[in-house]
Write a protein that binds this ligand. Structure first.
Ligand code: PNS
Length: 145
């Protein structure tokens, strides 16, 4: 009998909107972990393009039929959410060196807050290195199709 505990990763973010780079990271998570929960931060201080409900729906639709991918929302500290969810790993995508400083600070703060939760960085495919939700939003709002 296999009594290995199932490994669950939390992939947190704003996902406003989710990009192909995010989808690439989710696919990579599934090659390393048994399951991944995509956790959308509910941030009342931000004016999002898509509501939280829309973002949940978009991500759910993109992974319909795959029971290994769950979508959830959270408020408050990410490490508290990860612990409640039963995850021991937070996954973040690293596209370019410009991501590093911010991600490093967040990872160290999260470790300070809860050393039981490990942050793992994954690189998306090279073609997504310069793709971001902010750019997708901007070109969409300026009328690009
Ligand atoms: O996609 P984003 O906007 O870069 O994701 C940032 C996110 C949601 C991962 C980050 O803002 C976060 O974890 N917020 C929750 C609050 C928290 O735990 N802060 C302390 C860690 S620095």
């Amino acid at each position: 009998m296999n009594d290995r505990r199932r490994s669950l990763a939390v992939f947190p973010g704003s996902f406003d909107p989710i990009t192909n780079g995010h989808l690439d990271i989710i696919a990579r998570c599934l090659t390393v972990f048994d399951a991944v929960t995509v956790a959308i931060l509910v941030n009342p201080e931000k004016q999002p393009l898509f509501t939280v409900e829309e973002r949940v729906e978009i991500i759910r639709e993109s992974h319909q039929g795959d029971p290994r991918v769950k979508v959830d929302t959270f408020t408050g500290l990410l490490v508290d959410y990860a612990e409640r969810a039963g995850a021991t790993v937070i996954v973040r995508g690293l596209r370019a060196i410009s991501d590093f400083e911010y991600e490093f600070q967040m990872a160290l703060m999260n470790r300070h807050l809860n050393s039981r939760i490990e942050t793992v960085f994954m690189m998306p495919a090279k073609r997504y290195s310069y793709l971001s939700s902010r750019l997708v939003k901007e070109v969409f709002q300026l009328g690009a199709t």
